[in-house]
Structures are given as C-alpha cells and as structure tokens.
Design a protein around this ligand. Structure first.
Ligand SMILES: [Zn+2]
Ligand SMILES: [Zn+2]
Length: 262
C-alpha cells in the first residue's frame, strides 16, 4: 500500500513538473519574444489572477487525471511508464520505426481529441458537468493547456497511452509523442497569432489549425473543436468568421493591440 502511494506520488509529481516546465518555457518565449512582435488575439492582456487560476486547475488535473491514469494503467499492464526511458536498448526497432510510431501516436490522439471534444465534451450533459471547467477561460493563456476537469484530463491521458498498449512502442517514444501533444496544446492557447503571411495564400489553413482557430472556439463553443489537424474544415464545422479573423490577426501584426474580436 505504501509502495503504491509512493509510486502514485512520484508519477503525479512528474506530471505536474512536466506541465510547469513546458508552461514556463512557452510563457518565457511568449512574453519575451512573441509579445513584442505580435498582437494579442483577444486584444487584452490576461491578468495574473487568471493565469494563477489556469495553473491551479491544470496542476490538479495533471496530478489526479494524468498521474492517476498513468499510475493505474501501469499497474494493470505491469509496466512502469518511466523505467528505462533513457536506456538505448529500449529502442530495438531503430530511428525510422520510432519516427513512424511517434507520428502515429500523435495523429491517433489528435483525431481522438477532435471526436471526444466535439461529440462528448460539448454534449449537454458533459459540457455542464465537465468541459465547462476549460471554457471558464474566455481568453486563455498557454497556462490553460491542461486547465480541464480531472475527468476530461484522465480520458485524454488514457487515449494518449493506448498506442503504447496496441503496438510495440518504446516508452521514450511514447513520452516524445506526449511532448508534441503538449506543444500542440500550448500552440492552441498561445493567445497570439504566429502564422506567417504566406499561410494565408496557401492551402494550409484548411489542413492545420492556428491559435486564432482555438481562440474562436473559446468564444463560440459550437465550432472549431480541432487540436492541430483542421478536422473542422473537413467536417464543415469551422467558425464562419475564422478566415476573416485569421487574416486580420496576421495582417495587423505589429500594429499594436488590436486583432480579432474573439
Ligand atoms: Zn482551450
Ligand atoms: Zn471546448
């Protein structure tokens, strides 16, 4: 029993440290580099009070939701999700296999995120009881990356772990795919539009999301459910204002405070 408690505490601590490290790295880049060149999507700076709330909600979700699921899945399937990550013998299939499995795990999660976000968490029952926690932040910052109910965070974590149970995937690669999911979450909640101007004249807005895309979702929860691949465009669920707002956000870059009305 004591052993289990110690193991859970270690896993929960790691999950919180991971959230804080990525958040701090992104926050530094946003407020030292991006803020000086790009305009805030919402037009107003987030208060310290809001960021503190985002951090508190995220830490609880990371410890209980992520930590709890990693711990329980590890117990049920008799594997530690931390042991041997740095051991080179942990990668018997070579670098090409690693790249394919990391990409597959990320894309699997990306699709799951879209489907569950749109059809489960925005259903009447789940929105009122679970997903509203995330939508209390109308103009989120990167600290809102994990600002979900612990139940929602647990379900995302469970699906993030599934590839490692279905295919021979070494643990280091699993954590790398989690790292990219984390980066995608930070990108969604960046609060600044960083897509280059060339993005507008290409086909990329139909394929990939942008921070403006997710900012519109926080403003109007009936559209723009995607993480990185723009499934909303394919399934005709994209906010009708998106293209105009994205163009404004990109073209008015460096003009000061105004960008999209989200
Ligand atoms: Zn969000
Ligand atoms: Zn939502």
């Amino acid at each position: 029993m004591l052993n289990a408690l110690f193991e859970f505490s270690a896993v929960a601590f790691y999950c919180c440290a991971d959230y804080l490290a990525l958040g701090l790295g992104c926050y530094s880049v946003v407020y030292l580099v991006i803020e000086t060149r790009f305009a805030k999507i919402s037009g107003k700076a987030a208060s310290l009070r809001q960021m503190w709330r985002e951090i508190r909600v995220s830490l609880f979700a990371s410890a209980v939701g992520t930590g709890g699921v990693v711990f329980l899945v590890g117990r049920v399937f008799h594997r530690s999700y931390f042991a041997g990550i740095t051991d080179p013998r942990n990668n018997p299939h070579g670098i090409a296999y690693s790249i394919v499995t990391i990409a597959a795990a990320f894309l699997f999660f990306d699709l799951f995120f879209y489907l569950s976000h749109r059809f489960v968490f925005h259903s009447t029952v789940f929105y009122r009881r679970v997903h509203y926690v995330h939508h209390q932040f109308g103009a989120p910052t990167p600290w809102a990356r994990c600002a979900f109910s612990w139940i929602e965070q647990a379900l995302y974590t469970l699906f993030g772990l599934i590839p490692s149970l279905l295919i021979p995937m070494n643990l280091r690669d699993l954590w790398i795919s989690f790292f990219f999911v984390g980066l995608a979450g930070l990108y969604q909640h960046l609060g600044y539009e960083i897509a280059p101007r060339a993005f507008l004249s290409s086909q990329l807005p139909k394929v990939l999301t942008t921070p403006t895309h997710h900012a519109l979702h926080h403003n109007d929860g009936n559209s723009n459910f995607s993480l990185l691949i723009n499934y909303d465009y394919f399934f005709r669920c994209q906010n009708p204002r998106y293209e105009v707002e994205l163009e404004k956000a990109i073209m008015l870059r460096g003009a000061g405070t105004f960008t999209a009305h989200v």
